[in-house]
Each structure stands twice: as C-alpha cells, then as structure tokens.
Ligand binder design. Structure first.
Ligand SMILES: *Cc1c(COP(=O)(O)O)cnc(C)c1O
Length: 416
C-alpha cells in the first residue's frame, strides 16, 4: 500500500508524443511544443500569459522577482506549505509575516491577513493547500484595498475551481509545478508562471532567457545614417546598445525542454480523467471518515472544487491522531505528512520566527493533521485495501479510546 511513486500516470499517449519528437527533425529546445503547451495552459487557467520554467521552484523565484521587493518591505506568507513557496523570500532583505491558517482548509485565514498589514506590506504569498482553493475573494478584497500584490502557489491546484474560475487566474501571479508527484508531470520536473500583465511578460521572457531584468533608455544609434546589415542585427555599428538605467536582477536559463513541454501538453489533455480518479478515491475516503465523529476531512469552500493533490483529514486530539497513524502503519498504509510549518524550520527560526506565531497552524500540525494516499497511480484493488484499512484502523482506535478493546501491543493511547 505505497504512497505515490508518481502523482500522474504516463502512458501510450506520452510515449507516442516523445517518439514523434525523438524521430523528428524539430529542435529539442525553444521550439513549438513549448509555445503550444503555454497557450493551452493559459487558456485552461484563464490567464493572458502562461510561461514555462524548469521547475515550480524556479517559477516561484521568477514570480517573486516580478514583485520588485525592496529591502525593508514586508511580505505576508502562509506557514502551511512546502518550503519552496517561501524560500525566495529568505534570500531577500524583507520581513516575512507568517499568517495563521483556517483550521478547516489549512489555507491562509482571510481574517488574519488584515491584522498583519502595515504601511510596508508589499505582497502576500499563499498556497492552495493540497489543491483546496483558498478563499480568494476575501483575500483579494483585502489585498486590493491595501495595494498588495498576491502570488498564488498553485503547485497543488491544477484541476481545482473557485467560483467558476481557476487557480492561477485568481491573483496577480500564479505558479505551478509539474514535478513527478504533482497532478500532471512534464517528465519529472517543470513549472509554469501565469499572469495577465504585458510588462511582466517582457520581464519574464528576459529573466528566463539569460538576459537581464533591467530598465533601458531607448536605443542609442551610434551612426543613425548607417543602415543595418540585417534588420535583426541589434549590436551592429549602427545600433550599438540599449542604455541600461537600472538592473533589477540578472536572468537565468529556465527554458523548459521540448520533450517536457510535449509531455505536459499531452498530460493536459488527460487532466479531467486523472482528476476524476483523484476525486473518486477522495469520495471513498470521505465516506469512511463520516462514520466516525472524531475525524473529519479538509473541507473545501462550498463554491469550489478540490484538486486533491493531497487528501488531508484531522483527528480531534493528538492521542487519536497518533494512534490512527500507528494503526494505519501496522496495516502497511504508507503515510507521508505534509508540511512541517515553515515558521518553525531552522532557517526561519534563524530569522527570528518561532513557536506561538501561528497557533492554529501549529496545533493543526502537531495535534490533528493526517494525509492519506490519494492519487491516480493506485490500482482499484489498492483503493479497496486502503478503504478497508482505514475503516479498521478508525474502529480500532475508537474502541481503544472508549475502553472497549485491549490496546494493541506497543500502542499506548496518549489522550482521548
Ligand atoms: C512541489 C511544490 C513546489 C515546488 O515545485 P518543484 O517543481 O518541485 O520545484 C512549490 N510549492 C509547493 C506547494 C509544492 O508542493
């Protein structure tokens, strides 16, 4: 009963796409597949621009570069996420204010955002945890009122829906990951940045293409009378250079390969099927949990669709949660818990953060939080086994808590 070795399934369609690419004459970089993948993705998400990058991490780094953060600026961020969401902020001289989360969704609590805003607040970085959409209407209303830019980490949220719109189009900029474990994959690694702004498209094209993110004066013509040998010869005698007035940052090469983009486009065509499988596994787990009063699943907002990158549930106490973990483990159900609150990691503690900063995030993680396997790679027989093992584990822990059963050897119940 293993956890996801892969988050998405690759099959004949992807093999055929790759065969076409390998056997054809088209270049393996900077070609048509990347553009097609980006156009299809932009259309799906409902953003004007979708620009690929080599990973979700790089997508986030590039997106955060677009915010023009200055030393002394403040950024509000979620603590309940993978480290890549907030890592780019560690590199900048900005103050991060970790915002507490909602205990039903694990997403940033809109009511907690307002209290953290100061005149220096420049941006907010959030995640749609596990694929459960954050309450974007409320968050964006606060952000707009205070002129704050919002980054959506959508690494889990491909396939989610919020009031008929898609994550990646709900804030100023969205970042996706196509890493091996995510809802679709571009051969193991890949990412995407989505947004609407034309000026950001120009900057991002430079940043990811080994150019500089800079401001320029108009072209300086060394010899206005000398014609260009060829029209595209920018650095010729006639046009020597654009004059840089300000360098924001040097660019990098974040070009997605044609093979990755081709697989990404093929995977996008299978998204509905893959998501259907995730939803059906989640529905069966929900049905089991409903039989026990002391556990409940993460609850997506009523007007939204969960993308079920992760299936998350909560127990009423640490004792019950720990016993449930042990009971599932004894049945060979492999559990991966995601994620240790970021403000308690060594690097953020080094920056002055620590216990007590986000009490809800801390108590959810330490006392209640549990993730169960939920991905399209599970065979039907494995889903059956998982459902049965979950039901048995819950019954066993409940009987122990009620004192109607002898504790399983080696499993002492810490609290009821
Ligand atoms: C996976 C993930 C990332 C990073 O994506 P990579 O493609 O692995 O670099 C960022 N944020 C979250 C929430 C993730 O789960």
């Amino acid at each position: 009963m293993p956890c996801a070795k892969r988050g998405s399934l690759l099959g004949e369609a992807e093999v055929a796409t790759l065969a076409e690419l390998v056997q054809g004459e088209d270049p393996l970089s900077m070609g048509g597949w990347r553009n097609r993948f980006e156009r299809a993705f932009a259309q799906l998400v409902g953003a004007r621009y979708a620009m690929t990058a080599t990973s979700g991490t790089v997508a986030l780094e590039l997106a955060i570069q677009l915010l023009d953060l200055e030393p002394g600026d403040e950024v509000i961020a979620t603590p309940q996420t993978y480290q890549a969401t907030v890592m780019p902020l560690l590199d900048r001289e900005v103050t991060v204010r970790f915002c507490d989360i909602d205990p039903t969704t694990l997403n940033i609590a809109p009511a907690a955002v307002e209290a953290l805003i100061t005149p220096r607040t420049k941006a907010l970085v959030l995640v749609h945890y596990g694929g459960c959409p954050a309450e974007m209407d409320e968050i964006m209303a606060v952000a707009r009122r205070h002129g704050i830019l919002v980054v959506e980490d959508c690494a889990h949220a491909l396939g989610a829906d919020y009031r008929g719109r898609r994550p990646g189009s709900l804030a100023d900029v969205g970042c996706f990951s196509f890493q091996n474990a995510k809802n679709i994959t571009t051969l193991g690694e890949g990412g995407m940045v989505t947004f609407d702004r034309d000026d950001w498209a120009v900057r991002l094209e430079r940043l990811r293409g080994n150019d500089v993110d800079a401001e320029f004066e108009p072209e300086e013509r060394i010899d206005p009378d000398e014609p260009l040998v060829l029209p595209w010869m920018k650095y010729s005698a006639a046009v020597y250079s654009d004059r840089v007035t300000r360098i924001r940052r040097a660019g990098t090469n974040a070009t997605m390969s044609e093979a990755a983009a081709a697989v990404g486009l093929t995977q996008l065509g299978r998204l509905d099927t893959l998501q259907g499988t995730r939803r059906s596994v989640a529905a069966r787990l929900d049905a089991v949990l409903r039989r026990y009063a002391w556990v409940r699943p993460q609850q997506a907002p009523a007007h939204s669709t969960h993308a079920y990158h992760l299936y998350t549930c909560f127990a009423d106490s640490r004792g019950l949660r720990d016993q449930l973990l042990l009971a599932l483990d004894r049945r060979g159900v492999e559990i991966q818990l995601r994620y240790f609150p970021q403000h308690l990691t060594p690097e953020w503690r080094h920056r002055g953060h620590g216990r007590g900063e986000c009490p809800v995030a801390e108590s959810m993680w330490f006392d209640q939080h549990l993730n169960l396997p939920c991905h399209p790679g599970l065979r039907p027989s494995q889903v059956d086994y998982l459902v049965e093992a979950l039901d048995e584990s819950l019954a066993e822990v409940q009987a122990m808590a009620e004192g109607t059963a002898a504790p399983t050897p080696g499993a002492a119940l810490a609290a009821g």
